[in-house]
Design a protein. Sequence first.
Length: 136
Amino acid sequence: MKKQTFGQMISSLRKEKGMTQLELAEKMGVTDKAVSKWERDLSFPDVNSIPKLAEIFEISIDELMQTKDSTKKKDSTEISEILDITLKGIALAMGIAVVVLSFLNQIEIKNAMSMLGIGLVCLALSQFPNKNKDQG
């Protein structure tokens, strides 16, 4: 079985039982808006109501709680995006610095080449996560 978020799990179990959000809400003693928020992973049912939810769906609490942890993936994605932006920013900064310092005759060729090399390495490194995303 494919791992799901808690909200996806509630949604699929509710649909398997042929229930509307309103019907589930009435059985749980909450509003249909609360059920909608659960299913969209915007909120979580009260811990004390988890056994009742499992009973309604006729599954164990353990089965109900077997969901995927989407926060790790989100954190990893955010870190990857920050790293990508940082590497590209360094590359851009090196290029701009070389151009400006060259116009001002304030940089030696050797130093300019080193700075441009650092910029190119940063651009190359920023491409590694993108390759993995394309393949995965």
